[in-house]
Design a protein around this ligand. Sequence first.
Ligand SMILES: Nc1nc2c(c(=O)[nH]1)N[C@@H](CN(C=O)c1ccc(C(=O)N[C@@H](CCC(=O)O)C(=O)O)cc1)CN2
Length: 298
Amino acid sequence: MTTVRPTEASAAHQPADRGRLMVHGADRPGIVSAVSGLLTEQGANIISLDQHSTDHEGGRFFQRTEFHLPDLTVRRRDLEQALDETLQPLGMTWTLTEAQQRKRVAIFASKMDHCLLDLLWRERRGELAMTTTMVVDNHPDLAEEVRGFGVPYFHVPVPKGDKSEAEQRQIDLVKDNVDFVILARYMQILSSDFLENVGVPVINIHHSFLPAFMGAGPYFKAKERGVKLIGATAHYVTEDLDEGPIIEQDVARVTHADTVDDLTRTGADVERRVLARAVAWHCEDRVFRDGNSTVVFA
Ligand SMILES: Nc1nc2c(c(=O)[nH]1)N[C@@H](CN(C=O)c1ccc(C(=O)N[C@@H](CCC(=O)O)C(=O)O)cc1)CN2
């Protein structure tokens, strides 16, 4: 079983002057050479490089490069100008991040605690390169446990029917304050308006091996179907329920003797490790969206 471990030095202790360059666009010859040459000319030393082209010709190009550049923060403006001058003529879109910059996160939850508390515990242990700036919950149940981690907790009830006022309160809390949102078994369907206005990626953990058992009650459906494997899926959230780009999945064996409670208990462990892996990879800029799929350089 794959454990979640920092895929770089402990997330809490990233080496200084470590940069990441993410490049994507229409595939063409010479992009890897152009990126490598540019970084070398800027005085950078390439630590690792992952690249994928979807087809031999006319496909899409994805590349993630980790590099060391002394005084990166000071030299960043020159590097960004060189990237524009080199990559824009090649039709490439690029993003540059500094490994020491932790992602700011808002976690949305409901009554279930296992995914939420697992993320806060892993963050505290330095396994995740993120800082949870707030928890937003439509129920009050988990307030004391979250505050025990020193994280602000906002109870935003979501009424049945018209959710617009509650979603506006959520947007007011997170807008411009976080780099992405995690739905840790948050049991409310987000509107397309919310997804348009939030302005950052939203990651959800669905408690089934999608596309099986979409929607509510997947463990009950799994028991009814007599499956021998249950699973969990972490995906980016879109307005199409449980159909967003998949980031990570895993499964666990079950038998005819397992009750729905047994499936729920076994599944909780799968949910926690799948969500943690997906969040860790997103924090480390390892995930590219490719239409309704992803390219993951884990
Ligand atoms: N726009 C999206 N919103 C959400 C997604 C998504 O993929 N797109 N994933 C869900 C999580 N989820 C399954 O993983 C899920 C949560 C809730 C429901 C649901 O039917 N909720 C009801 C309210 C239920 C309640 O009050 O307890 C509702 O919102 O009307 C289905 C699937 C999170 N959001």
